[in-house]
Design a protein around this ligand. Structure first.
Ligand SMILES: [Fe+2]
Length: 205
């Protein structure tokens, strides 16, 4: 059992189980991606409105770089749920997603810069840098532009956000971008090899 030593079950992990089953139901019946983003955003807002369900192992920052922990992947890889954990001052490079996404802040705050391509292929920031605080949710829609950079709003404290994507995001072939717009192929993978157990219904969680 040493493989699982130190893994604990958060007291209210059932909130995450309820979220993934509700999202699967939504995707089964949704007419289109807009409905998934709208209704899925409401489900995510409910999930991140309570900070008592994420096991500590999946909220642990690394001094090296931000961490992306897989919390759940749909059995047909229609969606995945991850925790993004930022240590103070950490952020992503400019990157795209190529699938729909939802971002909800569980703890702390994050800042998002949106980018679009100029005619010459370079990138420019569009709109103001947006700050998302606790319990706030934002959608990522590749149909209207999904290139952004995300970073911890705090330079001296960790932040944690919960992201949901329309695929197995750690395996999606996408890109990071230099400031001149040059894409670099990118497959993110995940920071964890073991997932939280959502399914032990005997544990009254
Ligand atoms: Fe992103």
């Amino acid at each position: 059992m040493t493989l699982f030593a130190g893994l604990t079950v958060a007291p209210n992990i059932a909130r995450l189980r309820s979220f993934v089953t509700s999202l699967a139901d939504l995707i089964d019946g949704a007419r289109d991606e807009s409905e998934i983003l709208e209704s899925g955003g409401a489900l995510l807002a409910r999930l991140v409105s309570r900070d008592d369900w994420l096991p500590d192992q999946f909220a642990k920052p690394s001094p090296e770089r931000y961490q992306q922990y897989l919390l759940h992947c749909d059995s047909r890889e229609r969606f995945s749920v991850v925790s993004f954990v930022w240590d103070g001052g950490q952020g992503t490079p400019i990157h795209d997603h190529r699938v729909w996404g939802l971002v909800g802040v569980l703890r702390g705050a994050e800042r998002v810069e949106q980018y679009q391509r100029r005619a010459n292929g370079s990138l420019e920031q569009v709109g103001p840098t947006v700050t998302l605080g606790e319990a706030e949710v934002e959608a990522i829609d590749p149909r209207s532009g999904d290139i952004h950079r995300v970073f911890n709003a705090y330079s001296d404290a960790p932040s944690v956000s919960i992201h949901v994507y329309g695929g197995n995001i750690g395996a999606v072939e996408r890109a990071t971008y230099d400031s001149d717009g040059t894409p670099k192929p990118f497959i993110s993978g995940y920071a964890n090899a073991v997932l939280p157990n959502l399914w032990d219904r005997s544990a009254r969680t």
